[in-house]
Design a protein around this ligand. Structure first.
Ligand SMILES: NC(=O)C1=CN([C@@H]2O[C@H](COP(=O)(O)OP(=O)(O)OC[C@H]3O[C@@H](n4cnc5c(N)ncnc54)[C@H](OP(=O)(O)O)[C@@H]3O)[C@@H](O)[C@H]2O)C=CC1
Ligand SMILES: O=C(O)C1=N[C@H](C(=O)O)C[C@H](O)C1
Length: 259
């Protein structure tokens, strides 16, 4: 039986992860890290009486879990994952917002500790495939822009998935020309810029998580789109990660690399 701690257990994704772990016979939810979850709310958040509820990293006891699942916030995730690795837990990280330097540091630490884990900006199969297809298309269509659309509560922009898509495209696309006469009469109108790839972030109620990658060529265009209509769609990827982390000896980046 593998013991699991979920950080961010009271959040939208954390609750899905709690339900997933509760449904798996070979995994036991032993603890959660949830800063504002009161003991009397445990049942409401689907936590069995034996589940330890921690409010701060410093309270977490050694040996409480083998696996650390993280769906928290961009400003919490680095310290959380570092703590997990330093205390012998294998991290499965869905939280976005880690910088390249932080990611590299965590990979180094995981190698030192000999602990496997996964950082995945997106656990949904449609998004993993979108990124793969976008990278392939970018070798033929260097002119590309990304539009990501999310629920209004999303704290970070652009999304981790959009940034990962841009990084993958940037690895393969050839030099391309931008319009030197372009001007913005409204600041930000052309979106964020990752190495010349424009990223536009939409936040609206009713949306969950969606991305379009738009390629333009002479007299033609290609649009690749994925939609996550329900957060449950991310859980098949989390389940794969739970099953695979024990076989890894360092932190892997991207769900596609363990499928
Ligand atoms: N990789 C993937 O497939 C996906 C990734 N995500 C990412 O997951 C993250 C969470 O998303 P979502 O669930 O929608 O966000 P929510 O805001 O619903 O949940 C975040 C939770 O984290 C808790 N939290 C805040 N600080 C800490 C901390 N220091 N330690 C532990 N818990 C903390 C919050 O608790 P409180 O409110 O009490 O402060 C809250 O319950 C985001 O980064 C999002 O981008 C989302 C969907 C899919
Ligand atoms: O905050 C979200 O909801 C999501 N976050 C991840 C991201 O930033 O890419 C994954 C998915 O888009 C949902």
């Amino acid at each position: 039986m593998k013991k699991v701690l979920i950080a961010g257990a009271a959040g939208a994704m954390g609750q899905k992860a709690v339900d997933l772990v509760n449904s798996l016979p070979d995994y036991q939810l032993t603890a959660v890290l949830a800063p504002h979850l009161a003991a009397e709310q445990a049942e409401q958040y689907h936590l069995a009486a034996a589940v330890k509820v921690y409010h701060r990293l410093a309270e977490i006891e050694d040996g409480i879990a083998d696996i650390w699942v993280d769906f928290t916030l961009p400003d919490a995730v680095y310290e959380n994952v570092k703590f997990a690795l330093q205390h012998g837990m294998r991290p499965i990280v869905g939280t976005t917002g880690l910088t390249d330097d932080q990611e590299a540091e965590l990979v180094r630490l995981s190698q030192q500790q000999g602990l496997g884990g996964l950082i995945a900006p997106n656990f949904g199969m449609s998004a993993v495939l979108l990124m793969k297809f976008a990278k392939e298309a970018a070798t033929y269509f260097p002119d590309v822009e990304i539009i990501e659309m999310h629920h209004a509560d999303k704290k970070d922009a652009p999304s981790g998935t959009a940034l990962s898509t841009a990084k993958l495209i940037d690895q393969v696309r050839t030099a391309h020309e931008t319009n030197p006469d372009e001007q913005e009469s409204l600041a930000g109108a052309r979106g964020g810029d990752y190495h010349g790839i424009k990223i536009h972030a939409v936040r609206l109620p009713g949306y969950i998580a969606h991305e379009q990658v738009l390629f333009g060529g002479a007299g033609e265009a290609l649009t690749i789109r994925q939609d996550s209509f329900d957060r449950q769609s991310f859980m098949s990827g989390v389940k794969v990660a739970l099953e695979k982390v024990g076989q890894l000896d360092h932190l892997v980046i991207g769900l596609e690399n363990i499928l």
